[in-house]
Write a protein that binds this ligand. Structure first.
Ligand code: APR
Length: 311
């Protein structure tokens, strides 16, 4: 393949992302992890599936970053996931240290890469990657909104018994309890769901979306969601690798947009070969603006926590 994507963290999210990238023949994949043998074993296993899955992507597993040199994109999933009873924010001190080390190594080997951050707490981890890499803001982003919107779309499709392909949804804000699903901008075949469902059903779907990650954690008990998170990260990577210029909700560094400054938060962006090529500002009602402000305040609080940690 003429493109290369490195996935750091060969755990549940990372290995699933590697599988999807290879099976879609988007790029060659380098899988990096600190545990010896795991990235090598998973890459070899995926390579042995290739003749059946009919793809020619090359997969390499490694414990250092040499093979990752010159990557077009690096997806960072390294870190610990949640267990039942934990919030994403409980992961901050462990994952900040991991994110810093990983970003240093990645930025050195792939100075022109786009970084897609997946590790939680997402918005705070984007900050660590942004500050450590020194990359411009268009080349550091977080995966959250695509996942949260996909969860909302899945619930809309189940509720109305329509194809998921007809659904479209927008979820803004931080990747946490304060995320902001926007029913007005969420549609089925172009029809806003506000015209298709009673308000109490919309409220129930919105609540389930905001709680979507915790619902999976409480079922799995030993970790957090990974199929949908991997799909979401790969959709972002695909738009960048193919310069598709899809409009997707992603955690982006805001510099005055939506009245917010110096924060990573989920907003609609245009993703192309240069990473975030545009931040799209949609008009919000007073209630939606207030919800976004509340979410931004939660992200700012985590940024303050980061500032107080020696990671
Ligand atoms: N360098 C490389 N890999 C690391 C490092 C590091 N410094 N530290 C940890 N890892 C690896 C672990 O060895 C493990 O294989 O990261 C991997 C994480 O995989 P899982 O434990 O399966 O976690 P996963 O479910 O993939 O979630 C990863 O994404 O969705 C978020 O909240 C989730 O922060 C978590 C991350």
């Amino acid at each position: 393949m003429d493109k290369k994507v490195t996935v750091v963290g060969a755990g549940n999210v990372g290995a699933t992302a590697a599988q999807r990238l290879a099976e879609k023949e988007l790029c060659d994949v380098v899988l990096v992890d600190i545990i010896e043998g795991v990235p090598q074993g998973k890459s070899l296993d995926l390579t042995e599936a290739a003749p059946i899955e009919k793809h020619d992507a090359h997969l390499t597993g490694t414990n250092d970053y040499d093979a990752s040199a010159g990557s077009d994109i690096v997806i960072i999933t390294a870190g610990i996931p949640r267990k039942p009873g934990m919030s994403r924010d409980d992961l901050i001190s462990t994952n900040a240290g991991i994110m810093k080390n990983v970003t240093k190594a990645v930025a050195q080997k792939s100075p022109d890469a786009v970084l897609i951050i997946v590790s939680n707490p997402l918005d705070a981890m984007c900050h660590v990657a942004y500050e450590t890499s020194g990359f411009p803001k268009n080349r550091v982003m977080g995966m959250a909104g695509v996942l949260d919107s996909a969860r909302f779309r899945a619930f809309i499709s189940m509720e109305l018994n329509v194809s998921v392909e007809n659904t479209h949804a927008f979820v803004l804000g931080g990747h946490g309890d304060t995320m902001v699903p926007l029913p007005r901008y969420s549609t089925v075949a172009g029809i806003p769901i506000t015209e298709l469902m009673a308000q109490d059903r919309i409220d129930a779907l919105v609540a389930r979306t905001a709680n979507g990650g915790a619902e999976i954690v409480s079922l799995l008990k030993t970790g957090s969601a990974y199929y949908a998170p991997a799909s979401a990260a790969v959709e972002m990577a695909e738009s960048i690798l193919k310069d598709k210029k899809k409009i997707l909700p992603c955690a982006a560094y805001l510099d005055g947009e939506y009245g917010l400054k110096g924060l990573f938060i989920g907003v609609p962006v245009k993703l192309g070969a240069n990473g975030i090529e545009e931040i799209i500002e949609i008009s919000l009602t007073d209630d939606e603006t207030a919800a976004l402000q509340k979410s931004a305040a939660a992200v700012a609080e985590l940024k303050d926590v980061l500032a107080g940690i020696d990671y």
